[in-house]
Design a protein around this ligand. Structure first.
Ligand code: OOG
Ligand code: MG
Length: 254
């Protein structure tokens, strides 16, 4: 029998101490449902410490990410208040284990969603979109995990930053997306790389949130998933993501 609470505690502590742990799957087999139970428990631990749930994120919505991490299923995780880093701010590299950054698109939800919506219906529930950057930091050694491991670890979530909110457009297709570290473009893709249409990622979020009983509330941030590989980032580097016509967002590491 998997001990959901114990696993959540060890992942929580790993994040707090910025010290990696061994993959859960090396010692025991969690089912996917159990992995999501661990994730929920992990978030409850954050909420007990005074954080609030501010959004959801989708993962492995692009071929590039699936290839890079060797996991080929859509995943979703939860975003809490301590994860939001204001645009153009600086974050301390020392609080992370082995952080990576990736370019994303973020949606702002304008009314509560209770149930599954398709990619056309969801547009009605969004009042703004923005270029975003996600910082991921697996709690597992060597950033290696199985599907169940990464789900239990809240999909490697640790930080995200969102650029200026822009008006919603029906099409989010064919937008060039770039990730820069300092002066260098380290990854480049298209918004089409996100499930052929980023709105589909939001539709998938509504389906998964409904399935797991997590309502999507007005004001929430929903991250659509990275369009490209994620890249490691070090102290004294600056990461920025740009999405054509949506603008850009920057986070510095000290
Ligand atoms: C898991 C998180 C995946 C994305 O955008 O695809 C993700 C990981 O790669 O560690 O956030
Ligand atoms: Mg991501």
């Amino acid at each position: 029998m998997a001990n959901i609470k114990e696993i959540a505690q060890s992942l929580h502590q790993a994040a707090h101490q910025a010290k990696p742990i061994k993959q859960i799957s090396l010692a025991q087999n969690l089912t996917l449902d159990q992995a999501y139970e661990v994730q929920k428990e992990l978030i409850d631990l954050r909420i007990k410490e005074g954080e609030t749930l501010i959004g959801l994120k989708m993962g492995f919505t692009s071929e590039a990410k699936m290839q890079q991490m060797g996991v080929h299923d859509l995943i979703w995780g939860r975003l809490t208040s301590s994860m939001l880093i204001p645009n153009n701010n600086t974050t301390a590299r020392s609080q992370y284990i082995h952080p990576r950054v990736e370019p994303e698109i973020c949606f702002r939800i304008s009314k509560d969603i209770n149930g599954e919506l398709n990619e056309t219906e969801v547009i009605e529930y969004v009042d703004a979109v923005a270029a975003a950057i996600e910082i991921i930091d697996s709690r597992y050694q060597n950033f290696k995990f199985s599907l169940e491991d990464v789900v239990a670890d809240n999909c490697s979530s640790i930080g995200f930053s969102v650029g200026d909110w822009m008006a919603v457009t029906e099409s989010l297709n064919n937008l060039n997306m770039q990730l820069r570290i300092d002066e260098n473009t380290v990854a480049e893709g298209s918004s089409n790389d996100i499930m052929n249409n980023p709105w589909k990622s939001l539709a998938a979020a509504t389906r998964l949130a409904a399935k797991y009983g997590e309502p999507i509330k007005k004001g929430m941030y929903i991250m659509a998933g990275a369009a490209t590989n994620a890249e490691f980032i070090q102290a004294n580097q600056t990461a920025s993501a740009s999405v054509h016509s949506l603008g850009h967002v920057t986070v510095s590491f000290k």
